[in-house]
Write a protein that binds this ligand. Structure first.
Ligand SMILES: [Zn+2]
Ligand SMILES: [Zn+2]
Length: 176
């Protein structure tokens, strides 16, 4: 998916966090390890259990925003998430491309993560509309997504889920 038009890939981090498989007891560490780009070099990624709980709470809040069905609900859930953020943006080109980071470079891992996720998500909502976040319609999926399509017509988290659902609908028609 192309997030360029959103001015920030931070929303991608938010979506990944909401869709993380939390059945694995080590999921927080695996999540941090697979998103190192967003953490200052040298950030301690071995979290205490209470810190891991805070990451889980952020994941739940992102999912709650995507599940909300009205603008007031989206706003109140987004504000609950933003209340956990401590933004202090700065410009960086650490990966060769100029972009913004949203948290203090010396903040701990949870503060960096929560702040980045809250800022990335809220930017998309306020710039592109509260309907831009959704939950996949494919049976048994439940992943959240950000809809970057021109007419906001997206219903699935991925092409895999879209084609799986098309095939299932076709089979259902054949049986009927
Ligand atoms: Zn970066
Ligand atoms: Zn899906």
């Amino acid at each position: 998916m192309n997030y360029d038009t959103y001015g920030s890939t931070a929303v991608e981090l938010a979506i990944d966090l909401a869709n993380a498989d939390r059945d694995d007891p080590a999921w927080v560490r695996s999540f941090l390890d697979s998103h190192l780009e967003w953490f200052t070099d040298g950030t301690d990624l071995s979290l205490t259990p209470p810190d891991a709980d805070r990451v889980a709470e952020t994941s739940t809040l992102v999912r709650d925003v995507a599940l909300a069905g009205t603008e007031p609900d989206v706003m109140s859930r987004l504000n609950a998430l933003l209340a956990l953020a401590s933004p202090r943006p700065y410009a960086t080109d650490h990966d060769g491309e100029l972009h913004l980071h949203y948290a203090r470079p010396d903040a701990d891992a949870v503060e960096q993560l929560t702040t980045t996720v809250a800022m990335g998500l809220s930017q998309v909502v306020v710039q592109h509309g509260w309907q831009r976040l959704g939950v996949c319609s494919a049976e048994g999926c439940g992943n959240v997504y950000v809809d970057t399509s021109r007419n906001a017509s997206r219903r699935y988290c991925s092409n895999t889920c879209a084609s799986r659902s098309t095939v299932a609908a076709y089979r259902a028609r054949q049986r009927a």
